[in-house]
Write a protein that binds this ligand. Structure first.
Ligand code: ZN
Ligand code: ZN
Length: 524
């Protein structure tokens, strides 16, 4: 049983990489054993890789109707809907899937209708928290089902808990999503008469609801901007999870004659994604909106680690255009979707697991979560911090490590994947540039027939460095002659080596740099 199948977005040093997938080798090798995938909720880091895995494998996907609706988009785009069956399951439903006896327990998170999953096994109950927080006043009133989890715990007990560690190093309690509604209402009040443009995650239906509520309360019409925002708003309205009356919702291209003070745009791009609707506004490249000093932009989000630079660049662009920008550093316009320390402690004290494995988050977060459990009295040898690919086995004797499986990353660029070698090359090209040396030699006499010609991008700016390039060519020519002086015949690989070494040494001695050297040697 697969539990989620997500993707990551690339770091700045993963040059040209569009997205990062988990290594599917182990799943491919065990394809005939896969019963299906449980999608705990609709975030990309939990369902985004399904459209890739389904190319190779075919299996059903179980999840709440909204989760499946969100996952469906990418699968459909990839033309893979016939490779899977999307099977909706309800809150509290218990269902047998192959040998697995699964129970779907509601949890609150930053996308509606997420699940914790209980697996009832001959080795006792295994509880996976999913991404969760303990929001006691969620916008839709759908609470994390602590009574049910408590019943599992006080019944036969929870043998093994796997729990979300994302905010394990954050003290205190996360704020309720509902509090953000009041903050937004105040902001809309303060900025009456101005055009308001907001940005948040397109899957954060409750945030979108609260923005729309504030907008409508002040007589504004809501317009979505960005493809995923438009799609998700339509999906959530169809499912009855988002309530915006028809008359208060328009397409961005239908705003036409509305006064700025009667408009609220809800846009994608809250993480500063370079080609997103908000980033295009910030660089004056949006075909829909031109930012002016009459605008207020509210970023109802918090940058995910790694996105800080992009977000601050977008904010800077907006401020430069005169906009009044409100973000999580200025006002409480965001609440996290992940439990903080006090919630994690509550969860541990309710579940009282015999064994505990922190999951989800960086290694630091999982370690913090492990320590948290120990401060609450859990024995250190009953808490296992694992890394990607680690295998665990739960038997009569307890939980034990049992080896590991391949679990690297797959870097996707365009349609195909690129390896570590390609990324290394890209880093050298990005940081040092490239020098190509082309030379043709007579393999019999060793005479140089054409070249050496030295071509570069990114080492020196060629039109301003002719002398240096000529000198480089002379140095390579001398090295080639020397090679033929020492031996009567020189094969092409050796010549390439000679050219690379001579050019590389020259470049390094003269400029202290190490660009990629590409020797192109032709023999006639
Ligand atoms: Zn997540
Ligand atoms: Zn999530």
């Amino acid at each position: 049983m697969l539990l989620d199948c997500g993707l990551m977005f690339p770091d700045a040093d993963m040059l040209g990489v569009d997205l990062v997938l988990p290594d599917f080798t182990y799943l491919r090798e065990n394809a005939d054993r896969i019963e299906g995938c449980i999608a705990t909720h609709g975030h990309e880091d939990h369902v985004g890789a399904l459209s890739y895995l389904l190319r190779d494998l075919s299996f059903p996907v179980y999840g709440s109707a909204l989760t499946l609706g969100l996952a469906r988009n990418r699968i459909e785009e990839a033309g893979l809907l016939d490779r899977t069956e999307l099977i909706p399951v309800g809150d509290g439903e218990r269902r047998r899937i192959g040998v697995f006896d699964c129970e779907f327990i509601p949890v609150t998170h930053s996308v509606p209708h997420g699940f914790a999953t209980a697996f009832h096994t001959p080795q006792g109950t295994i509880l996976h928290s999913g991404d969760f927080k303990l929001d006691l006043t969620p916008v839709d009133g759908r609470l994390t089902d602590l009574p049910r989890i408590g019943a599992l715990s006080s019944g036969d007990g929870i043998r093994l808990l796997l729990s979300d560690s994302t905010n394990a190093d954050d003290p205190g309690h996360s704020r309720s999503e509902r509090e953000i509604g009041a903050v937004l209402y105040d902001l809309f009040h303060q900025h009456e008469g101005r055009r308001i443009i907001t940005a948040c995650f397109a899957s954060h239906i409750h945030r979108i609801q609260q923005i729309a509520d504030a907008a409508i309360a002040f007589g504004r019409t809501v317009a979505t901007l960005g493809l995923s925002m438009k799609k998700n708003v339509r999906l959530a309205r169809e499912m009855g999870l988002l309530h915006i009356p028809d008359h208060a919702l328009r397409d961005i291209d239908e705003l036409g004659d509305l006064e700025p003070g009667r408009v609220c745009v809800i846009s994608t791009g809250s993480q500063g994604e370079p080609m997103s609707a908000l980033a295009l506004m910030a660089s004056s490249d949006s075909r829909w909106l031109e930012i002016t000093p009459e605008d207020t932009v509210i970023l109802s989000s918090h940058p995910i680690p790694g996105n800080e630079f992009n977000v601050s660049k977008v904010i800077d662009g907006l401020v430069r255009l005169g906009a009044d920008v409100v973000h999580s550093g200025i006002s409480d316009v965001h609440a996290t979707g992940h439990a903080k320390q006090e919630e994690l402690k509550t969860f541990l004290s309710i579940t009282r697991p015999e064994w505990f494995v922190p999951v989800h988050g960086e290694y630091t977060h999982m370690t913090h979560h492990a320590r948290l459990a120990q401060t609450m009295g859990m024995a250190a040898d009953h808490v296992l911090v694992c890394e990607d690919g680690d295998q665990l086995q739960l038997t009569d004797k307890g939980l034990a490590r049992s080896g590991s499986v391949p679990a690297g990353y797959l870097f996707v660029d365009g349609l195909g994947d690129v390896g570590q070698g390609v990324l290394r090359d890209r880093r050298v090209l990005a940081e040092e540039g490239v020098v190509v040396v082309v030379v043709t030699v007579d393999s019999g006499s060793g005479a140089i027939l054409t070249g050496p010609e030295v071509i570069t991008r990114g080492w020196v700016y060629a039109p301003e460095a002719e002398d240096l390039l000529d000198e480089a060519a002379d140095t390579v020519a001398a090295a080639v002659k020397e090679a033929f002086n020492q031996e009567a015949t020189v094969d092409i690989e050796s010549l390439q080596r000679v050219v690379r070494r001579a050019a590389g040494r020259f470049v390094n001695e003269r400029t202290k740099r190490r660009p990629m050297i590409v020797p192109v040697v032709m023999e006639v």
